[in-house]
Each structure stands twice: as C-alpha cells, then as structure tokens.
Write a protein that binds this ligand. Structure first.
Ligand SMILES: [Cu+2]
Length: 178
C-alpha cells in the first residue's frame, strides 16, 4: 500500500454503527402498546355511543345527525321544498334533486327576504349578497343527494337556485332560524 493510501485509511472515521447503535432491547413493547390502544379505542366507542344517546334525548322530536340538526330540501323544476323553521346552531342541509334539470343551492341571510337582482332581471346579484351568503352547493345532477354543513345564527334565510331563470321561476324558499 502506498504512503498516501495508508494515510487516507488512518483518517477514516471509526465505524459508526458500533459506537452509536443501541443494544437490542430484551423484549418488544408491542403487545403492551396494542393492549393500551385497544382499551383507548373501546373507551372512545363507549363515549361516542353515550354522546349519541344524550343528543337523541336532548332533541327528541327533531331529526338530527351527529353533526347538526337536519334540514331536508327537495329541489325540482322549478321549486324548492324545505323545512320552514330550525333551531340555531350546526345545521346539515340535505338536498335531493328530483330534476329533471341540474340545480344548485345557495343559502343567503336576509332580514327582508328580498334579494337584489342582476341587470338581467332574472338572477340574484350574488356579488351584492356575497357577505350574507353562508353556504352553497354547486349544481347537482337529477337524482343526486348532497349535504351542506353550515352554522346558522337566528334570523331569516333564503334558500335558492340561481341558475339562469330558476330563481324567478320559483326556486327560492324562506328558512327561519330561531
Ligand atoms: Cu335550479
């Protein structure tokens, strides 16, 4: 070996794995961890069931989901049928489209119930009401069922479809939140 190679070999760092690797543990902790995880998930399941029972008792006459009170909406050409009143809070708006056209759903808070129209005189001026818009679903195909999750404070809201001509055709409905 040349003098240069001998020097290079002596500069090599010591073997890292011998110095830094921990000795193998005697036993695995895995069974213990699994047992702990199982008991935690069982507790979580019991808590979830208890919460569902409590919420069911709390608002027995009303329909509710685990994510909020349910407002059923049915859209068709050209009308919207829906629950008229609901309690304030987290709300699940479930929208079924009976068709035959696609329909969207927009929720706007309005104290008067009247919404400003665009220059066409047919569609609601969404720019003018954007600060009062609390949620919207894009157009859904006939037969579709979709959900919109919103948090509603007390007041008067309008549910509408603003596709060309649909609002003036009758696709609006007032929802009162108390
Ligand atoms: Cu529509």
């Amino acid at each position: 070996m040349s003098a240069y190679r001998q020097q290079a070999a002596s500069r090599r760092p010591p073997r890292l794995n011998r110095l830094f690797l921990k000795p193998r543990s005697r036993t695995s902790d895995l069974p213990l961890v699994k047992r702990f995880a199982n008991s935690v998930s069982r507790l979580g399941f019991v808590a979830a069931i208890a919460a569902i029972c409590l919420s069911a008792v709390g608002c027995a006459p009303r329909q509710s989901t685990t994510r909020g009170e349910l407002v059923r909406v049915t859209e068709g050409d050209f009308r919207i049928a829906a629950t008229r009143r609901v309690a304030a809070g987290d709300i699940v708006i479930r929208v079924k489209n009976r068709g035959p056209d696609a329909h969207e759903l927009i929720v706007v808070k309005t104290e008067t119930g009247r919404l400003p129209l665009r220059g066409d005189g047919l569609t609601v001026d969404e720019d003018a009401v954007q600060h009062d818009e609390v949620g919207a679903l894009e157009p859904g195909s006939p037969g579709s069922v979709r959900e919109l999750h919103v948090r509603l404070t007390p007041g008067r809201y309008v549910l509408l479809c603003n596709m060309s001509g649909h609002y003036m055709g009758g696709m609006h409905r007032t929802l009162v939140v108390r």
